[in-house]
Design a protein around this ligand. Structure first.
Ligand SMILES: [Zn+2]
Length: 424
């Protein structure tokens, strides 16, 4: 396995900071070990200059060094927030260095099996307080591997207020060996509470340049250079999306259907048809992504509950079972809704890219188009709409995203957008 930071594309500054922190964290552990075993001090510290913060307690985290208890990784979708958090977690568990990729600590963390690293991936629309309390409790225990307890919270912007408060408490009085890594689109108060933000060190990630994304697709995934370049540009810096476009014909087909929308908007009826098509495509994509795990989960729960039992007490057991099945269905429904919104959002980002291309062409800005394969169409749009009309359409797409984010019913938001795109 290569170095754990290898997949973090185009983020040199962030990687350098995280390596420094992992080094400082390892020094804390060494100091702690030396404290417990005085003989080691003589062996390890002989001839070394006393550190500047020499009066701090040995083995205790001092935020003035490179390491601290709570971090927030911010950046646009696809910039690698969770990739960075996982790699940093591995670097903290690394036995030989700061994320060598070879030792058991690195391997187990990257493979998702390290007992001291918990990745919280919210499946529903938000992370609830119950889930967070349980997590905080477990995070306070002594790390079994002797290093750090690391809790990674992906999409920390989806914490409920109560869950955020439970997390804040833990961050304010952190157990000595616990590290919280949060991922959020930004540090805007809508995404992360001001109080949590004030306790965390922020690692901003950039949207990686298309060339860097293409390079990774070629080097790691063995994708042909021309395909990689096209996919990296079309995915607008989103590494995962670029990989999917390069590899999955279904994903390419869905994108083509989305980019056919501007051509199809010839009247009111056509606008409503286009809205329906977009919504239904998002539903179908979401359905495909969750149906398999839904069925597996249900089967596993039914087995665990001993479905079909007829013995004494089976009736009572079945009543409890019905409650658990209902709970599972609720969770699955929430996950399906989330998957639909994510699919729809990807489509809207593609569409926004098209109108952005039209706008930059109308302005004759010297930038490459996002969608090289619809550049001619965007050029025609630029002539017809001019910069102003292109901008209005781009804004209509962005307004639709914002409306859905603010819980407007997707169909209503998308229909309003299609009408605006048609009318200009
Ligand atoms: Zn390692």
């Amino acid at each position: 396995m290569p170095d754990v930071f290898a997949d973090l594309v185009g983020q040199d500054e962030a990687v350098a900071e995280l390596r420094r922190a992992a080094g400082a964290a390892a020094a804390v552990l060494r100091a702690g070990a030396a404290d417990r075993a005085p003989a080691l001090i003589a062996a390890g510290a002989a001839g070394e200059a006393a550190p500047e913060t020499g009066d701090t307690e040995p083995g205790v985290l001092d935020p003035s060094t490179g390491m601290t208890h709570a971090w927030i990784f911010t950046g646009p979708p696809g910039s690698g927030r969770s990739v960075a958090a996982r790699a940093f977690a591995a670097a903290l568990q690394c036995t030989y260095g700061t994320g060598c990729g070879e030792c058991p600590g690195c391997h187990t963390t990257m493979g998702g099996t390290n007992a001291d690293v918990r990745m919280v991936v919210p499946e529903g629309l938000s992370i609830g307080v119950g889930e967070m309390r349980a997590l905080v409790l477990r995070a306070a225990s002594t790390p079994s591997g002797g290093r750090w307890q690391v809790v990674v919270i992906e999409d920390a912007d989806r914490l409920t207020e109560a869950a955020g408060n439970a997390l804040l408490k833990a961050i304010e009085e952190p157990p000595p060996r616990t590290v919280f890594l949060l991922c959020a689109p930004s540090t805007h108060p809508d995404d992360i509470s001001v109080t949590i933000r004030s306790r965390c060190r922020v690692v901003p990630l950039r949207q990686p340049p298309a060339a860097a994304v293409a390079e990774v697709l070629v080097r790691r995934d063995g994708i042909a250079p021309d395909v990689a370049q096209w996919a990296a540009a079309a995915a607008q810096g989103h590494v995962g999306r670029a990989r999917r476009l390069a590899r999955d014909p279904e994903a390419r087909k869905r994108r083509e259907a989305v980019l056919a929308v501007p051509r199809r908007l010839t009247g009111v009826g056509a606008a409503f048809d286009a809205a329906s098509a977009l919504i239904e495509a998002a539903e179908a994509e979401a359905e495909a992504s969750v149906s398999e795990s839904d069925a597996t989960e249900r089967a596993a729960l039914e087995t665990a509950l001993g479905a079909g039992g007829t013995g004494r007490g089976a009736a009572g057991a079945m009543r409890g079972a019905a409650g658990q099945l209902k709970e599972l269905e609720k969770r699955q429904k929430s996950r399906a809704t989330r998957a639909q919104r994510d699919a729809l959002d990807r489509a809207l980002v593609d569409l926004a890219g098209f109108y952005r291309d039209a706008l930059t062409m109308a302005l004759r800005a010297p930038v490459d188009p996002v969608h090289t394969d619809t550049a001619a169409l965007a050029g025609a749009g630029a002539q017809k709409w001019d910069a102003e009309g292109s901008l209005r359409r781009l804004e209509a797409v962005l307004a639709c995203r914002a409306a859905i984010e603010a819980n407007v019913k997707p169909r209503i938001a998308v229909e309003a957008m299609m009408l605006a795109l048609w009318k200009g």
